[in-house]
Design a protein around this ligand. Structure first.
Ligand code: 13P
Length: 258
């Protein structure tokens, strides 16, 4: 099926807003998306804001996501947050291995693999595994290999139950925060590589049933239309453009044809 999967549009607010701003934006989002039924929409605020944002989202159709998780279930891990706690707070999604963590905090795919495993084994959260090449890798034509490697390191040996979904977020590092998204054809090509690799690893049926592939990197209300109808693109992970309810709504509306 070309574009049969329901789209998922996630907002990654990173560390951009304080507590009050986070809550106010969540309230605006609830109002804005009141009648939206074009797809699944989720907000990923900072850890501290999760319980209060959950309260704000209660009764709305907007889902809650966290920006990170630790790879152990419980124990002496100062400063870390477990998948179970995220689940307790009411999260539906959790980002794993965002490139900002890979670049700034030396997070690697061994850690990402362990995080994915604990999320799948101890909760019902849907993991959003982030992958994507940097500019040097792109420039030297190593993207396909990089994506292949990242996926294998993150996902090999994962025990995927029929009822569990995994979202792969393709975020080319060089496009994040740059103000310019990559060319839609290029995104489509990368998504095809991702899908082919997943099919090799899990089989086509499982990929159709359990996986979604979304794009992230400087998507905004003006360029969202370029991503409409692209093959193997099941949604978007939006940073900067999700910090205003109007703009995020416009992006969601565009990509879902709502
Ligand atoms: P921008 O949309 O600000 O480029 O951020 C993308 C991103 O990193 C989402 O996780």
């Amino acid at each position: 099926m070309k574009n049969g999967k329901e789209k998922v549009i996630l907002a990654n607010w990173k560390m951009r807003l304080n507590l009050k701003e986070t809550q106010e934006l969540a309230q605006e989002m609830v109002k804005k998306f009141k009648d939206f039924n074009g797809g699944t929409v989720g907000l990923c605020p900072n850890f501290i804001s999760l319980p209060s944002v959950k309260k704000i989202l209660d009764g709305s159709q907007i889902k809650l996501g966290a920006q990170d998780v630790f790879w152990e279930e419980v124990g002496a891990y100062t400063g870390e947050i477990s998948a179970k706690i995220l689940s307790e707070v009411g999260c539906d999604y959790v980002l794993i291995g965002h490139s900002e963590r890979r670049e700034l905090l030396m997070e690697n795919y061994e850690m990402i693999h362990k995080k994915l495993k604990v999320v799948l084994s101890s909760t019902k959260l849907t993991p959003v595994v982030c992958i994507g090449e940097n500019w040097d890798e792109r420039k030297t034509d190593r993207r396909n290999f990089v994506l292949y490697e990242q996926m294998h390191q993150a996902l090999s040996g994962i025990d995927l139950k029929e009822s569990r979904d995994i979202i792969i977020a393709y975020e080319p590092i060089w496009a994040i925060g740059s103000g310019t998204a990559i060319e839609p054809e290029e995104a489509q090509y990368a998504h095809k590589i991702i899908k082919m690799t997943l099919s090799d690893m899990f089989g086509e049926k499982t990929v159709e049933r359990n996986f979604k592939i979304i794009y992230g990197g400087s998507v905004n209300k003006d360029n969202a239309k370029d991503f409409v109808g692209l093959e193997n693109l099941d949604g978007l992970l939006v940073g900067g453009a999700s910090l205003k309810a109007d703009e995020f709504y416009a992006v969601a509306k565009t990509i879902t044809n709502f």
